[in-house]
Ligand binder design. Structure first.
Ligand SMILES: N[C@@H](CCC(=O)N[C@@H](CS)C(=O)NCC(=O)O)C(=O)O
Length: 219
């Protein structure tokens, strides 16, 4: 089997890198990684060496290159069907894909107003009405997944799946900016936050030396 290599950005700030990496890590795949630190003078050129889209993550599987997080997850789900990427049941799987796609394409206000900053805690930001609407929708999405009460674990669809990875950066954001969750959502959020892969990624974020001023928001 050809080697898997994932190109990622800084762990502390690159939310899309985290999603792909965590899905792969929690699925138990062996892969190498290469980091392209963001917001440096040569970042743009280095990203373009991997993809004309100029963004991370990018996955190499031997000679094959896949970019954009959902495409990476779906490629891996096809290529490694023995691993757990999506729920077993077709209706659950359809919902997991729907919430993941909504995350992938939505919540622009929230994403720009409270960037992922894993190391930061106790930040306060005055959110716009649009970001508040995003939060309401996200909470409702999570609740509707958990209300399905799927056995097998504490995650959105029981066992950890790609949908949990898609929302992992929001778990981090809600933690950083102190956004309250009800008990049920908090226990899911804690399960993601303390999952093996997330703990490893958080520890590695703590050791990074880069600071991106534009991503340091809140007081
Ligand atoms: N739709 C893309 C979004 C990827 C993306 O926006 N990645 C950011 C980092 S989280 C990036 O590469 N930014 C380029 C830069 O900051 O120069 C995906 O799902 O992978």
């Amino acid at each position: 089997m050809p080697e898997l290599k994932l190109i990622i950005g800084n762990r502390n700030y690159s939310s899309w890198s985290l999603r792909a990496w965590l899905a792969m890590r929690q699925a138990g795949l062996e892969f190498r990684e290469e980091m392209v630190p963001l917001d440096l003078p040569d970042t743009r050129q280095r990203l373009r060496e991997h993809s004309d889209a100029g963004r991370v993550p990018v996955l190499y599987h031997g000679e094959l290159k896949i970019w954009d997080t959902l495409a990476i997850v779906e490629y891996l789900a096809e290529t490694f069907p023995d691993r757990h990427w999506w729920p077993e049941n077709a209706a659950d799987r359809a919902m997991a894909r729907s919430v993941s796609a909504e995350m992938h394409s939505g919540f622009a206000a929230l994403r720009s107003e409270i960037p992922m900053n894993i190391r930061a805690t106790n930040r306060k930001v005055d959110l716009s009405p649009a970001a508040e609407v995003d939060i309401e929708r996200i909470l409702a999405l999570w609740q509707s997944c958990l209300d399905r009460n799927i056995a097998g674990g504490p995650f959105l669809f029981g066992e950890f799946c790609a949908a949990d990875a898609m929302f992992a950066p929001l778990v981090s954001r809600f933690h950083t900016y102190g956004i309250d969750l009800n008990d049920r959502l908090q226990s899911w959020s804690d399960a993601v936050w303390t999952s093996e892969g997330m703990v490893w990624w958080r520890d590695a974020s703590d050791q990074e030396s880069w600071t991106i001023p534009g991503e340091e928001v809140g007081i």
